[in-house]
Design a protein around this ligand. Structure first.
Ligand code: MG
Length: 513
């Protein structure tokens, strides 16, 4: 086992062992691709340009062309890795989607007249509300997504094509509730905690939302006292969070199901920003990151999921279901590999209940390889993978074994909410989304300083400034080729990973260009 693990560790590049004979790629290689390799559709690249983009020596930075536009004048730039994989395994998607009721869905409950209220909203657009037909109306979903693939680009490509469809389907199930919320006056709309719904049928949700909205804010004379509610109160934004969580789960299930008929290689992380009814929902499963830069202040809006950050969850699973460890791994963590000669001696360890360390007497079982081993970017689950949430990886096994890793990986994102309507945003207030290729070499502070400085020196009326800022960020993270290596400022190593960056200006949240 030790030899096996050593050889696997030697093969690590990026988040997972390179060229791992995980069985999945070999067995699936004969199957057709559902979606061939591509670069983000919004880049509008020709086949020749896509081929040139995969030059590991020149590493050209691709940017959104000036003739192309993303919603809110979003900027985008990307670059391929320095040779760890033949193709760029990052993928991206950005769309504006009208979410409409499912055909044949339940009829819309009667509502209070809303046309007048709608017209009082800024264009009816900024908050995502728009007339769509004489009979029905929809909600607008603004969608930005980054996927960072490993062990092949198949899962990342598929997720970039399909995940938004799952989100739309989930939102359709709560469309009536959300539309009811949208019909409330804008001054009330931003006060989400006041607008709670009770569980039950769809109709009940809608009615509750409508009643509470009509009642006004808590504390007003019309507000029913809390004792009237015998069921748990659920905020509207929790319904959107649940929709996103279920969409990720459905996406993961679809990958698993369709691997039987299509070649869908590897797995991927997923970072999604969805703008719905005045709020940004940031859903993250993996080690990409999003931050908001507002008036020079950094506001983290995601957290990474790695073997270290999820140690206790993984250890608990290994403890509860030891068969998943295949008799080869111990769920306990030690500061270093335990050697046979240390049997019977005391050594520091920690279990899933602990954040600190304590001593234990070494037993035979402790000689097994640790479930989580390594530090920082080199930390791995079962000596194999460096990220603990994402999509795909259903056939991923420990090298040269039949031990599956998927049970330890979660497809569930953490969703954080940022209420755009609560703040005034200037032209230089942005949300930065990046894959780990960016954040591995640049801190939040360095990214923020770069963006702030760059935007300050641009023409504020130039809508391409956000793409230029993204290009500048990718350049800073990639660096320049010097002494046979990529170097950035202070002679630090540049990122050899794929790097993808969105810069989303927030001022358009309530007034779209
Ligand atoms: Mg990466």
């Amino acid at each position: 086992m030790l030899t096996r693990v050593k050889s696997a560790v030697a093969g690590f590049v990026g988040g997972i062992m390179a060229g791992a004979p995980d069985g999945e790629q070999l067995s699936g290689a004969e199957l057709p691709h559902k979606f061939p390799y591509m670069r983000p559709a919004f880049l509008g690249l020709s086949p020749d340009e896509i081929e040139c983009s995969a030059d590991h020596i020149a590493r050209p930075i691709l940017i959104l062309k000036e003739t192309k536009r993303l919603p809110w004048a979003t900027g985008y730039a990307e670059v391929i890795n320095a040779g760890k994989s033949a193709l760029n395994e990052d993928q991206a998607c950005c769309e504006v989607i009208m979410v409409r009721k499912k055909p044949g869905g339940p009829s819309t409950p009667s509502k209070t007249p809303t046309a007048k209220r709608r017209s009082s909203l800024p264009n009816g657009e900024g908050l995502g509300l728009r007339e769509s037909s004489q009979e029905s109306e929809g909600l607008i979903l603004h969608y930005w997504a980054l996927f960072d693939g490993h062990a092949g680009s198949g899962a990342a490509v598929m997720a970039s094509k399909v995940l938004q469809q799952h989100i739309v389907e989930q939102l359709q199930d709560i469309l009536d509730v959300l539309r009811n919320l949208a019909s409330l006056p804008p001054t009330v709309l931003g006060e989400e905690p006041n607008h709670q719904v009770t569980p039950g049928t769809h109709r009940a949700l809608t009615r509750a939302a409508s009643l509470r909205g009509a009642a006004g804010a808590p504390g007003s004379p019309c507000t029913p006292p809390p004792r009237f509610f015998t069921e748990k109160k659920i905020q509207h934004e929790s319904l959107v969070i649940g929709a996103l969580e279920n969409a990720f789960k459905e996406m993961d299930t679809q990958i698993e199901r369709e691997k039987a008929v299509y070649n869908i290689s590897g797995g991927c992380t997923a970072l999604v920003v969805a703008f719905i009814l005045g709020k940004l929902y940031v859903a993250n499963a993996g080690d990409s990151r999003a931050i908001i830069i507002r008036n020079g202040e950094i506001i983290p809006v995601s957290a990474e999921f790695t073997p270290e950050s999820e140690r206790q969850r993984l250890q608990f699973l290994g403890f509860m279901q030891p068969h998943l460890l295949g008799g080869e791994f111990t769920h306990l963590e030690f500061p270093r590999r335990v050697q046979r000669k240390e049997l019977g001696k005391k050594m520091l360890y920690r279990d899933f209940t602990m954040t600190g360390w304590a001593y234990k007497t070494i037993e035979d079982e402790d000689l097994r390889f640790p479930l989580i081993y390594g530090e920082g970017k080199k930390a791995r689950v079962m000596a194999t993978i460096g990220v603990t949430r994402g999509l795909g990886d259903h056939d991923l096994k420990v090298h040269d074994s039949n031990i599956y890793i998927k049970p330890f990986l979660s497809c569930c994102p953490e969703v954080r909410v940022y209420n755009l309507t609560q703040y005034e945003h200037g032209a230089d207030d942005v949300l930065v989304m990046g894959t780990d290729g960016l954040w591995d070499v640049l801190s939040n502070e360095e990214v923020a300083e770069s963006v702030i400085t760059f935007l300050a020196n641009c023409d504020p009326d130039d809508l391409h400034r956000y793409t230029m800022a993204a290009q500048d960020l990718v350049m800073r993270a990639r660096g320049v080729l010097r002494d046979r290596g990529w170097r950035i400022t202070n002679d630090r190593l540049g990122s050899g990973d794929d790097i993808s960056v969105y810069i989303i200006p927030l001022m358009y949240g309530n007034r779209q260009p």
